[in-house]
Design a binder for this molecule. Structure first.
Ligand code: TRP
Ligand code: ZN
Length: 480
């Protein structure tokens, strides 16, 4: 649900300084003079260097090996992409790690590194529309990244292995790619680990085998488009439980469930994880067909991460989750993982819906109604959330605020509830929620697309004041 928000001013300043340094070095890059190249960022309003322009990735094939002893990762990333313009060079994002070799379409490519940018110059320039494969061989000790808000992501070392978490930019710590939510792709993640460990990633486990030297290889496949920030890899000792739950339509059963729990957490999480089928059913009834072909959870130790994350198919929890947190991360599978923000400015669409899912769960469970939760928050929210009225959900003040519990999560949920109040018809409200999830299933969407969708779905309702005051407006909106 909420992640603890700790402001670390030095980390924020450092991030600004680093961004400036990269911006300057990118300008005097003389590689630019040798033909057209993609830009080293997608101009995201909060993370301008994240992602790269000039191509669109369709598939990541990651073949990795990890040894916790010494934190050593070796890997090959085989990236299939389509050039969206003529390219003599293009960038991938990667932080840390050592790059050993890069090929494009099998030919050795020149490359250079500058901060998080790995610039690749293929032996033959790529033509707009061409599909190509770039392979990057790399190795090293993957890094933990400190976010603008002070939290840790990227590659986190744990007591018995590692945990890769990628929101918003951490996935560039463990594989090179186009690390912006706007470029989603399918994945094959094949990981070899010491024989007593398990490697858990997204999607379905295709195979599990022992290598000639006695290690274990786990091959995971994600067919549905996935943003790299919800890609995960958990390596360690896990108690694995496999089962099935009914699929997306009532007739269809057999959606595979893969749950991996750190042995120290099994007792504490047994009860809540037993409710996963119930939560899945409730979420399908509320939000429409489940967008993916498997589900599950990864429960690590509380000290392994500062927050839970909606990693696709299989959310990560640091310790046994409360039922509301399981609901929150499950709701993200629709809102965030399937319908993915176009930029980090649209974070409220993820967190507003996932937080509102908690309000709805509580309401359906016979607890406080969403109306009661909303009213309490409007009247007394400042007591719990100091920054509740500090900025509007669609315009976080800075990159450190995109995960703000008050301004993004709670205010985001308030916007969804204001829509429900305005349409004043729960059938229509749920049609809007499910229609939105269906309209952008497996895609990307921004706030403007959302407001346009709502207006079209409820043509008799005037939403102007909700958008101007609750979504974009400064200060505390007038009582509805
Ligand atoms: N999305 C996570 C959740 O709500 C929390 C989180 C982790 C987050 N890292 C973030 C939110 C970065 C925004 C940005 O469960
Ligand atoms: Zn969330």
């Amino acid at each position: 649900m909420s992640r603890s928000v700790r402001l670390v001013p030095t980390a924020a300043l450092l991030a600004v300084a680093l961004t400036l340094t990269f911006a300057l070095t990118a300008c005097d890059d003389d590689a630019d003079t040798e033909g057209p190249s993609g830009a080293p960022g997608l101009s995201d309003p909060y993370f301008p260097k994240a992602g790269n322009s000039g191509y669109d990735v369709s598939h990541y094939g990651l073949t990795l090996a990890y040894t916790p002893d010494g934190n050593r990762l070796t890997g090959t990333a085989a990236i299939t992409a389509r050039a969206t313009e003529d390219l003599a060079a293009f960038d991938l994002d990667l932080v840390g790690m050592e790059v050993e070799k890069v090929t494009v379409e099998g030919g050795t490519a020149e490359y250079e590194r500058d901060g998080e940018e790995l610039t690749v110059r293929p032996p033959d320039a790529l033509a707009q529309g061409e599909t190509f494969q770039v392979q990057v061989r790399y190795s090293g000790s993957p890094r933990t990244i400190t976010d603008p808000d002070g939290s840790k992501e990227g590659w986190l070392r744990t007591a018995d292995g590692a945990l890769a978490l990628g929101e918003p930019t951490g996935s560039m710590a463990w594989f090179p790619g186009n690390h912006h939510p706007a470029d989603k792709a399918s994945y094959d993640v094949t990981v070899t680990v010491p024989k007593d460990l398990t490697a858990v990633s997204n999607g379905e486990l295709r195979s599990e085998r022992t290598t000639a030297d006695g290690r274990r290889t786990f091959a995971w496949h994600t067919a549905e488009p996935m943003a790299s920030y919800v890609a995960t890899l958990a390596i360690g000792r896990y108690t694995v439980t496999r089962s099935t739950v009914p699929g997306s339509s009532p007739e269809e059963d057999g959606l595979p469930v893969y749950v991996a729990v750190d042995p120290t957490q099994t007792a504490a999480s047994r009860k809540v994880l037993a409710r996963l089928p119930e939560v899945m059913k409730w979420a399908r009834d509320s939000f429409g067909p489940y967008p993916f072909s498997s589900t599950g959870a990864i429960v690590d130790r509380p000290e392994d991460a500062d927050y839970a994350l909606e990693t696709q198919n299989r959310p990560v929890f640091p310790g046994a989750p409360a039922i509301e947190l399981l609901v929150h991360e499950t709701a993200h599978q629709w809102f965030g993982d399937s319908v993915t923000p176009k930029s980090w400015q649209d974070m409220w669409l993820n967190e507003g819906f996932a937080t509102y899912a908690e309000w709805l769960w509580t309401e359906d469970d016979g607890g406080a109604t969403a109306e009661e939760t909303f009213t309490k928050l409007y009247d007394h929210g400042e007591d719990e959330y100091e920054t509740l009225w500090a900025f509007p959900p669609a315009k976080p003040t800075s990159a450190a605020d995109i995960s703000d519990e008050a301004g993004v999560y709670q205010r985001g949920a308030m916007v969804i509830h204001r829509i429900r109040q305005a349409v004043d018809d729960d059938d229509l409200f749920y049609d809007i929620v499910q229609g939105w999830a269906a309209a952008h299933r497996h895609g990307n969407a921004d706030t403007a697309a959302f407001t346009a969708y709502v207006e079209k779905a409820a043509p008799d309702t005037d939403f102007d004041e909700i958008w101007s005051d609750w979504l974009y407006g400064e200060g505390k909106p007038a009582r509805p």
